[in-house]
Design a protein around this ligand. Structure first.
Ligand code: COA
Length: 309
């Protein structure tokens, strides 16, 4: 089943996923009535570093961890709140995500598969927590790599902030990525690129160009994300269900190293254009399952190992 099969409700009947906060996003992805928050605001797990810099903390440090079920199977959702510090990942916020993934891994290793979903909405490492943020993002990435051997790890990038910095690498490690057109996925944010490389390289106010380069439609067309879904909470929940039903990918996108090195070698910096990038990174874009042995993206999914456990 592909994204084409996921139809959104008529526009006026849709509930925007983008406009939901992290808690409601997690609730929308879990089976009705199964949402149960872990380490919630009343546990008061706040950043010890922000007050030292005169910044007011948030009681959940901007990350919601929820257990529940997806299609009746145990699941855990880690949803990042864009409204707090741009969804940036500090020590506590990142530890909540890494800890949730590590517990899911332990359950999987003990024969109790847990479906992990990460709702990315983040400017990357929280600059105020620097190295601690970097360290915990590495723990998140490590947990994803361990976990995806057992179950698909599904990422959602809906939009508001997008997904940047070290967390863009975490997204790239996911088994499958669901995006909306409004979502953005990139290593450095547009302002950072403009600041570091100059306005001739990228004008950070040029929204059309930014979305042409790193928006959801471009990322799916280039094979860096898997499903393009309208901003409709129930359509996004359906896409997550579909992503799990497709089972564990083999090989994962991030394992197709030679293919990406070859693609990078084909880029002519003088003629970088969004359409050209699609052709460079996804030469077999129109195929659901291609026969390129080096292609880590379009191989037919294996039988669902999770289901058979
Ligand atoms: N650490 C701390 N705060 C961050 C942050 C980060 N990594 N990323 C974003 N924020 C904050 C911003 O400072 C801003 O705070 P303010 O409202 O108090 O001013 C808030 O989040 C929203 O960011 P803003 O830039 O206003 O939103 P935007 O939608 O225009 O752009 C980004 C969002 C993510 C594209 C932009 O903030 C950006 O480019 N961030 C850096 C991304 C990056 O390169 N990360 C790599 C770090 S290694």
């Amino acid at each position: 089943m592909t994204d084409q099969a996921i139809t959104a409700a008529p526009f006026v009947a849709r509930e925007s996923f983008i406009e939901l906060g992290a808690r409601e996003r997690a609730r929308a992805l879990l089976d009705p009535g199964t949402f149960r928050e872990l380490l919630g605001p009343f546990d008061r797990l706040t950043s010890p570093w922000l007050p030292l810099q005169g910044i007011v903390c948030q009681a959940d440090d901007g990350v919601v961890i929820a257990r529940g079920t997806i299609d009746g199977a145990p699941a855990v959702v880690a949803a990042i709140e864009s409204a707090f510090q741009g969804g940036s990942i500090g020590e506590v916020a990142g530890s909540k995500i890494a800890g949730a993934l590590e517990l899911a891994l332990r359950d999987c290793e003990n024969g109790r598969p847990v479906r992990p979903v990460i709702v990315f909405e983040t400017g990357g490492v929280r600059l105020q927590e620097a190295n601690l943020g970097l360290a915990v993002i590495a723990e998140i990435q490590s947990a994803i790599v361990s976990l995806r051997r057992h179950v698909p790890v599904v990422g959602v990038i809906a939009g508001m902030v997008g997904c940047f910095g070290g967390m863009s690498l975490a997204a790239a490690l996911c088994t499958r990525l669901v995006m909306t057109r409004q979502g953005r996925l990139g290593m450095n944010g547009p302002e950072v690129i403009e600041q570091e490389a100059g306005i001739d390289e990228l004008d950070a106010t040029d929204r059309l160009r930014i979305w042409q380069l790193i928006g959801g439609a471009q990322r799916v067309a280039s094979g860096f994300a898997d499903m393009l879904v309208e901003d409709d909470a129930s359509a996004i929940a359906t896409a997550v269900h579909v992503a799990f039903s497709q089972g564990v990918a083999s090989p994962h996108r991030s394992e197709a190293v030679q293919r990406y090195l070859d693609s990078l070698a084909r880029i002519d910096p003088a003629t970088v254009a969004p359409e050209a990038m699609r052709a460079v990174f996804r030469p077999c874009a129109q195929q659901d399952a291609c026969d390129d042995p080096a292609c880590g993206q379009h191989a037919a999914p294996q039988a669902n190992r999770e289901e058979s456990q």
